[in-house]
Design a protein. Sequence first.
Length: 173
Amino acid sequence: YVGRDYPHEYPVGNLQPVMMTLHESIHFSLSPTDDIASEEWRSLGHPVHYGKTHLGPEHRFLSTVFGHQMHCLQILYLGLQHQYGRHNNMLEVDRHHLQHCLNYLRQTFLCDATDSLEEGDFLSKNYSMHTRGETLICRDWISVFRKLDENQSQWEEWSNERLGHLGEPGGEW
C-alpha cells in the first residue's frame, strides 16, 4: 500500500454482533490515590500496539480509529489526574495533545453515532443508585484484538527477518 492506497477498514472479516450492558463500576476510578485504577486505565493500551497495524507486502504502518480512541481516553485520564494533583511518570500530557484528543473523540463519536435508544433522561439519573444501563449491540472487539495480535506477531517476524530488529516506523500518534 502506497499513499492513499490502503483499505478503508481493518480487514478483520465479518464481525459478529455482541451484546454489552453498560454498568457504573468501581473500576477505572478517577481517584488520584487509586493505583489499581491507574493500572486499569493503562490496560486500555491492549493490544499493546494500540490498534497500530502493518498491512500489505511491505507491511505499511497504519492505525485503527478505535486504537486512537483508546489512546485518547488514556490521555484524558492523565490530564484529569494532573488536574487532581497526581503526577505520574506514564506520560507527560501537554495541552495540545489533550485538545487533539477531545476533538478527535468528538469527531469520531459523531462519525460512528449509534442509534441505540436509552430509557428516560440520562441527565436526571442518579448514577450512584442506578448502576445498570442499557444493553447495546456492538461489533465484536475481541475478534479485532485477536486479529491485531496476529498481525503484530507477523510484523515482528517480518521485521526481524528483514530489518534485524523491531523497528516501528511512525510509531507515535
